[in-house]
Design a binder for this molecule. Structure first.
Ligand code: PGA
Length: 258
């Protein structure tokens, strides 16, 4: 197991926050702070669709990459309110969050649609950040591993080894998202290691070792270093703390330290 062979990725997930004016100001503040991470840690801001073009312009020439927060699986067509992978690629977007628990919880996202969106994103050349995680009662019932194994199998269904290597997996225990409750570094490491073991079973060890696995769920400036020091936690997907430049940068710097 060699952490150094994988890309460390710190991604902000802005959710439904920031107008274009606010997005510009936040990215302008983040850019100089994280410039030293170039070549070491990939820094991404996943922003609302309406901010994508502004975000691409503001970050042009910097090491901050831009991601979207969702993508539809069809090429085009009668899907009112949806955005296709080609539309994102045209803007220069590189990453896209897929299957976030808020999409699963509030917008009817299922493992099947997560899988279809992931395939469509990869086929268009986007790098998906696929979110998995157990509910609180699933952990209490001691079925975390079953839940995660099922999500990994279904969400990544039909992907080739090459495609999986271009996919980021975010382990986000649903009970830890936006709640201030963080999984302990040991709990987070245990599940991230389990995800890697599942990938080794479905593909092979070399493929599993190449996949970036993030932790997400109330990761913040105070707890990031301890989480990121774990051997199978290669980065973070950050909600609340990504909305403050200084906090987000502290997390990026913790990843730079490794
Ligand atoms: P949080 O969100 O950091 O606010 O808990 C994480 C996420 O939803 O990706």
């Amino acid at each position: 197991m060699n952490k150094a062979t994988r890309k460390a990725i710190i991604a902000g997930n802005w959710k439904m926050n920031n107008t274009r004016v606010e997005a510009k100001a936040l990215l302008e503040a983040i850019k100089p702070l994280v410039a030293n991470a170039e070549g070491n840690v990939e820094v991404i801001a996943c922003v609302p669709f309406t901010n994508l073009e502004t975000a691409m312009n503001v970050t042009a020439g910097s090491n901050v990459k831009i991601g979207a927060e969702n993508v539809h699986f069809a090429k085009s067509g009668a899907y009112t309110g949806e955005i296709s992978a080609d539309m994102l690629v045209e803007l220069g977007v590189e990453y896209v969050v897929i299957g976030h628990s808020e999409r699963r919880q509030y917008f009817g996202e299922t493992d099947e649609t997560v899988n279809k969106r992931t395939v469509a994103a990869l086929e268009a050349g986007l790098k998906p950040i696929v979110c998995v995680g157990e509910l609180k009662w699933e952990r209490e019932c001691n079925i975390t591993e079953e839940v995660i194994a099922r999500q990994i199998k279904l969400d990544l269904w039909s992907l080739t080894a090459e495609q999986v290597k271009n996919t980021v997996i975010a382990y986000e225990p649903v009970w830890a998202i936006g709640t201030g409750l963080t999984a302990t570094p040991d709990q987070a490491e245990e599940v991230c290691a389990f995800i890697r073991a599942q990938l080794a079973k479905l593909y092979d060890q070399a493929t599993a070792d190449a996949v970036t696995i993030q932790y997400g769920g109330s990761m913040n400036a105070a707890n990031a270093a301890e989480l990121l020091a774990k051997p199978n936690i290669d980065g973070g997907l950050i909600g609340g703390a990504s909305l403050k430049a200084a906090d987000f940068n502290t997390i990026v710097q913790a990843a730079v330290q490794g």
